[in-house]
Design a protein around this ligand. Structure first.
Ligand SMILES: *Cc1c(COP(=O)(O)O)cnc(C)c1O
Length: 384
């Protein structure tokens, strides 16, 4: 029996050829391919500016810097997210303050944010968790009213939509991930997008040691201009090897989303009406790319989350525990930004699991996953 993975990137000969071409060109660091990838990504995501980075984590770091968030500021974030969301504010000397999430989407809400506002709140990092688009309009309204910066951690959300437009468009600045756990991958890599030209320009310089002349500009001129360093910057660059991969992957993104949404619909149909199982589903206001397809295991189900994971593992299926809760990690033990109880976060992190879902998963494999999940429910219903 073949083992079924929880995820797999969709890579092929086009990616191999694209990377080989970059190697043959001799220009492997950030250069023309990175610029082309930025332009193509901005166009696909309907944003004015895209700045490629080494990861989403470094894009979040830059987003906070260009937005002027720093020491003494509070940044409201979900605890229910990969830990990088909470870590980013600490890199700039700010304090992450945890807001609880909505049980249906796993995302923070304007109401949840209001409950944890402080005098020092300067920004919000809202996440499109697992690709589920966040409900932007109420957060946008709140941020406009209180003059807060709205940052979108869209790490998982390439291909998700909000009110008919790509996710990430309505935030002041958004950060994307191209880690292989997401749909579109460059191995490691990220992107910062924004409508603000001066923020984009500053992000471009900060990712490259804050040099006022980019390495690409210097390398393409015979007599390089003298560069200067106006502030302390970072090396958060993407390489052209990664960007070449990204360009091919971007061309496949729409197909990936379509396939994942079809497979997600099959899971939703199979588990509809099973007592104690709840699948993630599209919210009314948008569509998910189903980067993570999660299932909540409730008390009416014959086994708990751990029991179901064990069942799947014994059937050769690799599933995963659901999204983590940062406030429960040792790194955030006793953290002053945990100012309220987070009951929905704790419920979801304890009772959800992520099922296999990726482009190449075929229907027969998916039926094996479905049968494994339903075996417990059917046995209980049979009254054995
Ligand atoms: C994956 C992920 C990140 C981190 O992305 P990297 O590119 O690995 O730095 C940040 N936030 C969320 C919500 C993620 O899912």
């Amino acid at each position: 029996m073949d083992r079924i993975s929880v995820m797999k990137p969709w890579l092929g000969t086009a990616e191999i050829d694209a990377v080989a071409e970059v190697i043959a060109s001799g220009w492997v660091a950030q250069g023309p391919r990175t610029a082309a990838f930025e332009e193509a990504f901005a166009q696909h995501q309907q944003v004015a500016h895209a700045v490629a980075t080494s990861s989403c984590t470094t894009a979040l770091h830059l987003a906070l810097l260009v937005a002027g968030v720093g020491a003494g500021d509070d940044v409201i974030v979900p605890s229910f997210s990969f830990v990088a969301t909470a870590n980013a504010p600490t890199y700039v000397g700010a304090r992450p303050v945890f807001a609880d999430v909505d049980a249906a989407t796993g995302n923070i809400t304007a109401q949840g944010v209001r409950e944890v506002l402080t005098e020092k709140t300067a920004a919000i990092i809202a996440v499109d968790q697992g690709g589920m688009p966040l409900d932007l309009a109420p957060l946008r309204q709140l941020c406009d009213e209180l003059h807060l910066v709205l940052i979108e951690d869209a790490a998982c959300a390439a291909g998700s939509t909000y009110q008919g437009a790509p996710a990430g468009v309505g935030a002041d600045v958004s950060a994307w991930s191209f880690h292989p756990r997401k749909l579109l991958t460059t191995g490691e890599g990220g992107m910062l997008t924004t409508g603000n030209a001066s923020w984009a320009q500053r992000a471009r310089q900060l990712r490259e040691h804050a040099m006022d002349v980019s390495a690409a500009q210097r390398h393409s001129s015979t007599l390089a201009p003298q560069e200067s360093y106006g502030e302390i910057g970072y090396n958060f660059r993407m390489t052209d090897l990664q960007a070449a991969l990204g360009l091919v992957q971007l061309g496949k993104l729409d197909a990936m989303v379509e396939r994942r949404r079809a497979l997600a619909a099959r899971y939703q149909q199979a588990f509809a009406g099973i007592p104690g199982l709840r699948c993630v589903t599209d919210p009314g206001y948008g569509t998910s790319n189903y980067q993570s397809f999660w299932l909540e295991v409730g008390p009416e189900f014959p086994v708990d989350r751990e029991g179901l994971l064990a069942q799947l593992a014994s059937d050769g299926i690799s599933a995963r525990r659901g999204i983590m809760a940062s406030h429960l990690q040792p790194a955030y033990a006793g953290h002053s930004g945990t100012t309220t109880a987070l009951p929905v976060t704790e419920r979801l992190t304890a009772n959800t699991l992520i099922l296999p879902l990726y482009h190449q998963l075929d229907e027969q494999q998916q039926d094996r996953v479905i049968a494994s999940v339903l075996a417990q429910a059917l046995a209980a219903a049979g009254g054995e």
